[in-house]
Design a binder for this molecule. Structure first.
Ligand code: ZN
Length: 229
């Protein structure tokens, strides 16, 4: 996030769900350029530090809210990528429907969550209505929060939203931001579900009683053990 210039100062934070119901997280008040194995912290589901000397970041309540709403989410990432964050300041949604591929990857829209001051109940609950289907949210006057079944996916989703924001500006500058035909959207959303993405796919997967991924389980256990040593 730091090398992509999505954060400045101490901005941005990352967490990962551990198997024991706790969370591995970046500490507050450090540049994301200096995050290392040594300064990561482990917090419980109430946000209390159970391992590590750092303190939790203020947006941890956003992360924990998402983990409670979305059992499929294993990683949450928050940053202020400058272009997408500019959209959030302007109150302009980043459009996925300008091209076919982002509709498959992210759905028919990137929700713009209304502004709420940090720590107000609406700060977290405002995300609620949008979390069922969206894996990336634009937080008004704030930045971007992305989620995924793993860190890399959450990272790539944030990267895509920042990239789309740049494309949208370029289209606006040279002429007009145009969407693909409405009649194509439904088929793309079906492709999204077939690819295992979005709310509909999760409902199907849950109904099919999916098992846990043994490799993921092994890696998470190993990290958890190393941190508690
Ligand atoms: Zn922030």
């Amino acid at each position: 996030m730091h090398s992509r210039q999505w954060v400045a100062n101490h901005d941005g934070n990352i967490s990962v769900r551990l198997l024991d119901g706790r969370f591995l997280a970046t500490p507050t008040s450090v540049s994301k350029a200096t995050v290392s194995r040594e300064n990561l912290i482990v917090v419980d589901d109430q946000g209390k530090v159970v391992s590590g000397s750092g303190k939790p970041f203020s947006e941890l309540s956003l992360h924990l809210y998402i983990y409670r709403q979305r059992p499929d989410v294993q990683a949450v990432m928050h940053a202020h990528p400058p272009t997408a964050t500019g959209f959030s300041v302007a109150g302009v949604p980043v459009r996925t429907t300008m091209m076919p591929e982002p509709v498959v990857s992210l759905g028919a829209l990137v929700p713009l969550v209304p502004y709420a001051a940090p720590k107000k109940p609406e700060w977290t609950s405002g995300m609620g209505p949008h979390l069922a289907d969206a894996d990336v949210l634009l937080l008004e006057h704030h930045g971007v929060i992305s989620v995924g079944p793993d860190l890399e996916t959450a990272f790539l989703r944030m990267e895509l939203v920042e990239h789309l924001a740049k494309i949208q500006i370029a289209a606006h500058q040279v002429g007009l931001v145009r969407d693909i035909p409405d009649s194509d959207i439904e088929a793309l959303l079906e492709a999204r579900t077939k690819a295992g993405l979005g709310h509909a796919a999760r409902v199907t997967a849950t109904a099919g009683a999916q098992g846990t991924d043994p490799i993921r389980e092994m890696v998470v256990n190993e990290v958890s053990r190393a941190l508690h040593r």
